[in-house]
Design a protein around this ligand. Structure first.
Ligand SMILES: [Zn+2]
Length: 213
């Protein structure tokens, strides 16, 4: 199976978007949609001859969903967690925390609400959902077992963790999520955060200064 992962840091504050493609079956999936990322993704899809089967959103903060409505209009179904409904449908509520303050904030109506333990069947391999709130109520991770990869949004970063001082953030909740739903993945699972470099479950379990295993 010929899988390709491309990372596109995009938007106003370099939010990671991840394009995972199966070059045999010609299927792709995009994880998160910062502003303007479609301009970079579209040529790659064409070049590979791949169809974008789904847009997976890790959470509803503006820097992860700026291009979501635009991509949805191309006929791509969008997946997210209902506890971030307010951020998806009224991103304006985060305007005072967003930079630059005059950016366009377009709502996205989620097509498929997903939750803890769901296994999504639409790709070449099943994708497991784990609910990891704390940074915000609706942060989820997408776990690709064969790829040995977890796309975690802003729950956990290399050597750091997501902010918990934003509206509806909560540190004890985040700590419980990381210990219960991320540190329990295989130690060699690669963790792809919403900002900055990748890491592994083993590395963070051993050295993360904010949440100890
Ligand atoms: Zn966030």
């Amino acid at each position: 199976m010929s899988l390709e992962l491309k990372i596109f840091p995009a938007g106003y504050i370099q939010t990671n978007a991840f394009l995972v493609s199966n070059l045999d079956t010609k299927e792709s999936v995009l994880i998160d949609a910062p502003h303007f990322v479609w301009d970079e993704i579209d040529p790659v899809l064409s070049e590979n001859g791949c169809t974008l089967k789904a847009l997976f959103l890790t959470h509803g903060h503006y820097d992860h969903i700026g291009d979501a409505a635009r991509i949805q209009k191309m006929g791509v179904p969008v997946y997210g967690h209902k506890d971030d409904k307010i951020f998806y449908e009224t991103p304006e509520v985060m305007r005072s925390y967003s930079y630059p303050p005059d950016m366009t904030l377009e709502p996205v109506m989620i097509d498929h609400w997903v939750d803890q333990g769901d296994v999504l069947p639409m790709l070449w391999e099943p994708v497991e959902i784990r609910h990891v709130p704390g940074h915000c109520p609706g942060n989820i991770l997408f776990y690709f077992k064969n790829l040995k990869a977890a796309f975690v949004g802003d729950a956990l970063f290399a050597g750091s963790i997501g902010r918990t001082d934003l509206p509806r953030g909560d540190f004890p909740t985040l700590e419980k999520s990381i210990k219960g739903e991320i540190y329990t993945l295989d130690h060699d699972t690669v963790v792809y955060p919403g900002h900055g470099p990748q890491t592994t479950v083993g590395q963070e379990r051993a050295t993360n200064p904010f949440v100890q295993a």
